[in-house]
Ligand binder design. Structure first.
Ligand SMILES: [Zn+2]
Length: 333
């Protein structure tokens, strides 16, 4: 059956950015194009043109994975960026050891270290806690934090008794952590790329309107962001799979100053198409093509581009504006 490509509909319906379906107005919900945990705000990047179902799906399957990434968590805790009123523990990284279980390390105030162990044979996460503070009040605060945020874990050692598995796990853990600890810093590219596809799609839909929502490019981004299908991912013109900005070549945002705690989002007319570029916390940069023809270029400022600056700490987004209005690197210094 041919896809319906109407771009207008009865007044009480809207075209959802993320599923490309007409939905009754009552099913629309507020969506943060940039996830709240990354400082997305209730102003320009927010839209009521996403259906409740897609909003919930993207929040759970795309935004949440991105927000759990160690890099985002590290920046958030460094910059004290709260999400739903909560500040994340300082997520250090994954511990390198010889066992198959994954050990993620969190650092709480007062230097308390939490080692959350997942991938156990019975599926029950375990936790080891190291309290370094000599101050009992700080140690208590740290314990309350883990009880609240990590209540799914069984804490070892347990004076009431442990299984043979737990005894062996604890012994190996002690041996590993008594020596110099080694950590593995991994970016989950999958989560990053889906997040990128979602944000690029959202901004392009917002900018170009219903005419864009049903284009082939939008369908490709949508299919990838929704399904995370490896084959569909290959159809997405992601330029590189992301990288630290200083590794990405060419680094598109090197022209502009991205302040501490800020993200720079750009829709740029490049060649015959439109490229979405994001620079996250001034450190991470990736691009994805959101339109492959110049059909939409004239909707960009001066046929050049549009920019949004997200101040993650203030939860304030400025834009869209012409990139000509962005602060230039090195200017005024
Ligand atoms: Zn939808």
């Amino acid at each position: 059956m041919p896809r319906v490509t109407m771009t207008t509909s009865p007044a009480d319906q809207f075209l959802c950015f993320y599923c490309g379906e007409w939905r009754p107005q009552a099913e629309s919900s507020d969506e943060h194009i940039v996830p709240e945990c990354m400082g997305g705000s209730r102003n320009v990047t927010l839209t009521d043109r996403v259906c409740k179902e897609c909003n919930g799906f993207m929040g759970k399957n795309v935004d949440a994975h991105l927000c759990r990434d160690w890099f985002i968590q590290r920046e958030r805790s460094k910059l004290k960026i709260k999400n739903k009123g909560k500040q994340p523990p300082w997520f250090l990284s994954r511990l390198v050891w010889h066992r198959p279980e994954a050990v993620h390390v969190y650092v709480l105030p007062a230097g308390t270290w939490l080692f959350r162990i997942t991938g156990t044979p019975d599926g029950q996460p375990r936790m080891m806690i190291r309290v370094h503070s000599p101050d009992p009040a700080e140690a208590d605060e740290a314990r309350r934090t883990w009880a609240r945020d990590f209540s799914d874990c069984r804490v070892l050692p347990d004076p009431a008794g442990m299984s043979d598995y737990e005894v062996a796990l604890l012994s190996d853990f002690k041996a590993t952590t008594s020596a110099q600890m080694e950590f593995r810093f991994e970016i989950k590219l999958d989560a990053w790329n889906r997040g990128l596809a979602k944000i690029g799609l959202g901004l392009a839909c917002l900018t170009f309107g219903n005419e864009y929502v049903l284009t082939e490019e939008a369908n490709m981004l949508r299919a990838f962001a929704r399904e995370n299908d490896a084959i569909k991912r290959q159809t997405i013109p992601l330029r590189g799979t992301g990288g630290y900005a200083w590794d990405a070549e060419p680094r598109i945002t090197q022209l502009w100053e991205v302040g501490e705690g800020q993200h720079l989002l750009l829709l740029l007319a490049v060649g015959s198409g439109v490229l979405f570029v994001w620079n996250i916390f001034g450190q991470w940069e990736t691009t994805v093509a959101v339109a492959l023809t110049d059909k939409f270029n004239d909707r960009l400022a001066d046929n050049l581009g549009l920019a949004w600056l997200v101040d993650a700490r203030a939860k304030k987004t400025t834009g869209p504006m012409s990139p000509a209005r962005l602060p230039l690197k090195g200017a005024g210094k």
